[in-house]
Write a protein that binds this ligand. Structure first.
Ligand code: SAM
Length: 210
C-alpha cells in the first residue's frame, strides 16, 4: 500500500474513533456478543489480533492468552488502552498497518480479527501479510461482514458502499474469495446473519514459500 493511502486510511479511522463506541457498542456489539464469545474461545498459543479498534472485542477474549493487538489508528488504540490494561492475560498494543507487518515470518500460531477486511484498502495484500507471519498450518479466524449473493441484499450493499467507504467500511467485499486468493485454505465458513455476517476459519499452507 502506498504512503498516501496509508495516511488517508489512518486519518479516516482516527476521525471515526471518537464516536466509534457510541455507534458500535449499544447495537452491533450486543447483538453479536454470544457469537463473538464463542468465536474468540478458540484462542490458543501466540496470537495476533488485527484491528483492535477501541478494544470492544477484548471483553470476549478468554483469560490468560498471549496476544499482540495492532491497529493503524493511534486514536483507536488510545481508546483501547484501558480495556487492554484490564485484560487478565498478556495483551500488548502496537500501532501497525496490516500491509506492512513488522514481525518476522512465522511469529504467530493464530490471527484473529473482526470487522476488518471490510476496511483495509488492499484486502488480498493484507491477507498475504497475515499468511507470512503465521506458522505453516497456522489459523486465521475472521468475524466479518461481507457482500451477499442474494437479491435484494446484494443490490442494497452495493448501493451503500460508495458512501459508507468515505467514513468507514466497504459493505460488499467478497472476503471468503479474498482469503482463498491470498493462499489460505478455507476450513469453515459459518453464516451468523444471512450470508452477510460470517465467522471464517482458514489455514495457512504447510509451506510459507510462494
Ligand atoms: C470497523 S473497525 C473494527 C474495529 C474492531 N475490530 C471492532 O470490531 O470493534 C475497522 C478497524 O480496522 C482498522 N484498520 C483499517 N485499516 C487498517 C490497516 N491497514 N491496518 C491495521 N488496521 C486497520 C481501523 O483503524 C479500525 O480500527
Amino acid at each position: 500500500m502506498d504512503e498516501l493511502t496509508r495516511q488517508r486510511t489512518r486519518a479516516k479511522w482516527d476521525a471515526a474513533a471518537k464516536n466509534f463506541d457510541v455507534m458500535s457498542s449499544r447495537g452491533p456489539e450486543k447483538r453479536w456478543a454470544p457469537y463473538k464469545r464463542e468465536f474468540f474461545s478458540a484462542m490458543r498459543g501466540r496470537i495476533l489480533f488485527l484491528a483492535v479498534g477501541t478494544g470492544l472485542d477484548i471483553q470476549f477474549f478468554p483469560p490468560n492468552c498471549q496476544i499482540v493487538g495492532i491497529d493503524i489508528s493511534p486514536k483507536m488504540l488510545e481508546q483501547a488502552r484501558a480495556r487492554a490494561d484490564a485484560y487478565p492475560g498478556k495483551l500488548e498494543l502496537r500501532e501497525m498497518d496490516v500491509h506492512a507487518l513488522e514481525f518476522p515470518a512465522a511469529s504467530f500460531d493464530q490471527v484473529f480479527t473482526s470487522c476488518t477486511f471490510c476496511s483495509v484498502p488492499d484486502p488480498v495484500g493484507g491477507l498475504e501479510s497475515l499468511r507470512r507471519v503465521l506458522v505453516p498450518g497456522g489459523e486465521l479466524h475472521m468475524f466479518e461482514h461481507t457482500g451477499s449473493r442474494y437479491f435484494p441484499f446484494n443490490l442494497m450493499l452495493n448501493i451503500m458502499t460508495p458512501l459508507a467507504r468515505r467514513f468507514g467500511p466497504d459493505m460488499n467485499r467478497p472476503t471468503v474469495a479474498n482469503v482463498e486468493r491470498a493462499g489460505f485454505r478455507i476450513r469453515d465458513v459459518r453464516h451468523v446473519y444471512l450470508d452477510v455476517v460470517k465467522a471464517i476459519v482458514a489455514e495457512a499452507p504447510a509451506s510459507t514459500a510462494g
